[in-house]
Design a protein around this ligand. Structure first.
Ligand code: ADP
Ligand code: MG
Length: 683
């Protein structure tokens, strides 16, 4: 019965069904899965004098005056309440019936808030008899996502009612007993009951644990199936791991590869030459040298007769990679053909590149999202690299690799993410980590300053410029705004140019400029024709100008820690001592705390973990809210323990010897789940 329409429930008419439909609820199952978004605790009542007038309050009080009905329709009920110390007013809208139910001289429990207009008026409180309320104390009232036409009480009633239409079979257990016992999991049906009306904290906890476990378990199990399937595919796409090709590139590099880079290259090449389809994440903090790793792999793909493609999130970065990779490749005796494809190129230019890619005249193409369009067809695509992967949606990962057969995929990211999220986002991937930065890199020196110290900062910048180095100054805004008090690139650029006119060349850069202008400025900056670049965060990711040694970030508290760390990564890219100056223009505690973290550490992983604590779930990666990771009740940021249990359970099943019947049941469940969720994730 669980999959019948909600219309079959007693008292649910066409109108209610229509409202529910707006919440995506059509069946009883969907109604039961409409879990509360939060809970209100049934707290013990307090005295009026003790309440916090900005919060929801619970008081036990006596009705001290007959209820009067006012308003044009006599539907507004008002009276006074007292706890024999204080007296307050109370008002209910649209509730003439209260006159019959609430009696003068009787005591009740009232739960509600004070009116915004009158601080002594309790507005539309819920009323409980004292006995009724006492039974609830310590329990939780579920709060649901609602839509016009259904209020929270109505939703609560509907869900209660829906339990009459199901039986235990509807939530048959699919996990083996051994796992339930090991991880102390309650039954699903109990969990669903308790999630909607928990009697106390521990019941709520147990319910949440079971349901979150299910979310994680099915996801991880499904992911394992996918990975195993991938590992079983015998690929025809074999990329040579011949050392001589690696040596050819190494011979033309102006530096030696680090041990970390060598290891990662070896890992990838072993993968790509082994006859399986590679899906690998290359992780490494900013400046660890990921680009060259990608280039060597691309070169080997070309040597094996394939084409390769690199996708990056910004045009600035595409241009930069194109330039730096071309420079290296062109030193080879037999350089591969390299091309670029970005959104700002003309239609005609696009068509020319499309044709060359399709004919195989371009071996390696570097580009932005522009690569994803249907017209980009490869002759023989063998390797896809996505740089700064965290900037792309989870879904975009497969769009490019679908342009070839058994395509190997490398994704590169500097953004260190918590382990749980890494497994969720990249769990079907193997992971390589570039552990160290190139030798000779000095740790960046950080300073968090306030506005009074700006002059000192400028002096320092000038000093660096005198040594022949360059500097970035980052502002949050492009131009002046009426509403936001923060530095803007255009005014700041002028100010700095005036100030330093004799000593250095200043330019501005921001996202609203034409691409040609941006390119021109970036290449002049790279050629040391510009000393100070006043820019927005357009240079946040990937930009590589090793001669830049100072970055000064205005209104630093306005940026997230991850962004600040990425911005700081624009310096410290050579053996020169580099500096990051964070200008704090807010006195708030959170601003101070954040900047203290970035000022005291250069370690991306540490910063990410602190960021998570400060900013809380959801906000950090902009993923949870966008619905790309739809985990019902599990919270990918805070439910680490449950996540670990689910992971262990998956491992247990993988290695253990479950009965055929049990296994079959499990697989059916998982397959259903995959159908529902995987297409969406396109992992
Ligand atoms: P990221 O990991 O942030 O993408 P890049 O690949 O842009 O880093 O490399 C940062 C800088 O370090 C570049 O200028 C690059 O040429 C240089 N580099 C890379 N590997 C080495 C190395 N082994 N030794 C010295 N410099 C290196
Ligand atoms: Mg990079």
């Amino acid at each position: 019965m669980i999959d019948i329409s909600v219309k079959n429930m007693k008292g649910v008419g066409a109108k209610t069904a229509e409202y529910l439909d707006k919440l995506g609820i059509g069946t009883i199952r969907q109604l039961l899965k409409h879990y509360p978004i939060r809970y209100l605790e049934y707290k013990p009542p307090t005295k009026i004098a003790e309440v916090n007038r900005d919060e929801e309050i619970v008081i036990k009080a006596t009705i001290s005056k007959n209820i009067s009905l006012t308003g044009s329709n006599k539907k507004i009920a008002t009276t006074k309440l007292t706890d024999y110390i204080d007296v307050i007013d109370v008002i209910w809208y649209n509730s003439p019936y209260l006159r019959a139910t609430l009696k003068q001289g009787e005591s009740y429990v009232f739960v509600g808030r004070f009116s915004k207009r009158s601080k002594n008026t309790l507005e539309h409180p819920i009323v409980y008899t004292i006995e009724e309320y006492e039974k609830k104390i310590g329990g939780f009232k579920p709060v649901y996502a609602l839509t016009a036409g259904i209020n929270n009480n109505a939703m609560e009633k509907l869900i209660k009612l829906s339990f009459d239409y199901i039986d235990d079979k509807d939530f048959e257990e699919y996990l083996p007993q051994s796992i339930l016992e090991k991880f102390l999991l309650e039954s699903r049906i109990l969990a669903i009951r308790n999630i909607h009306s928990p009697k106390n904290k521990s019941k709520l906890f147990e319910a949440k644990k079971r349901l979150a476990f299910d979310d994680f378990f099915r996801f991880l199990y499904g992911m394992n199936l996918l990975k195993n399937k991938r590992l079983r595919i015998k690929s025809k796409n074999i990329i040579s791991n011949e050392v001589r090709y690696v040596e050819e590139i190494k011979a033309v590099l102006p530096f030696n590869l680090t041990k970390s880079q060598e290891n990662v290259i070896e890992e990838i090449l072993n993968d790509m030459s082994s006859g399986i389809v590679t899906n690998r994440l290359v992780q490494g903090d900013v400046g660890s040298g990921k680009t060259i790793v990608a280039l060597i792999c691309l070169y080997l793909a070309v040597k094996s007769g394939f084409q390769g493609v690199v996708m990056v999130p910004t045009e600035v970065l595409a241009k930069q990679h194109f330039k730096s990779m071309s420079e290296i490749l062109n030193k080879l005796e037999n350089p591969p053909q390299i091309g670029i494809l970005t959104g700002s190129m003309t239609k005609k230019e696009h068509l020319i590149v499309y044709e060359k890619i399709e004919k195989g005249e371009i071996d390696i193409v570097i580009g932005t999202h522009a690569l994803l369009v249907e017209n980009v067809k490869f002759k023989k695509l063998g390797l896809v690299v996505t740089d700064e992967q965290h900037r792309f949606g989870v879904r975009q990962r497969s769009t490019l690799s679908d342009k070839g057969e058994d395509v190997h995929v490398l994704v590169m990211s500097a953004t260190p993410i918590p382990r749980t999220l890494a497994i969720i986002l990249y769990g079907d991937l193997d992971i390589s980590t570039i552990e160290t930065k190139p030798v000779g890199r000095l740790p960046i020196k950080n300073a968090v300053i306030t506005e009074e110290d700006r002059e000192k900062a400028y002096k320092h910048i000038l000093l660096e410029i005198k040594k022949g180095h360059q500097s970035y100054i980052i502002c949050p805004m492009v131009e002046e705004s009426e509403n936001i008090e923060a530095e803007n690139v255009l005014d700041y650029g002028k100010k700095i140019a005036d100030k330093f006119s004799q000593n250095c060349k200043v330019e501005v850069l921001h996202g609203r400029m034409h691409q040609k202008e941006k390119d021109d400025i970036m290449s002049r900056y790279l050629n040391k024709e510009i000393d100070i670049l006043v820019s927005t965060t357009v240079i946040e990711v990937g930009v590589d100008v090793p001669n830049a040694t100072v970055i000064m970030i205005e209104n630093a508290e306005r940026f997230g820690l991850a962004t600040l760390h990425q911005l700081r990564g624009r310096v410290g890219r050579s053996e020169l001592q580099s500096y990051a100056i964070f200008v704090r223009t807010s006195n708030s505690n959170i601003a101070k705390k954040r900047l203290e973290i970035i000022g005291n550490s250069n370690d991306g992983f540490y910063i990410a973990s602190r960021d998570l604590v400060l900013r809380g779930p959801g906000e950090l990666f902009g993923l949870a809210q966008s619905g790309e990771l739809d985990f019902g009740i599990a919270d990918i940021y805070n439910d680490n323990d449950i996540f670990d249990m689910a992971k262990k359970a998956v491992d247990m099943i993988q290695c253990g010897d479950m009965g055929d019947e049990e296994m079959e049941k499990l697989e059916i469940k998982i397959n259903n789940y995959m159908d529902l969720h995987y297409k969406k994730l396109a992992l």
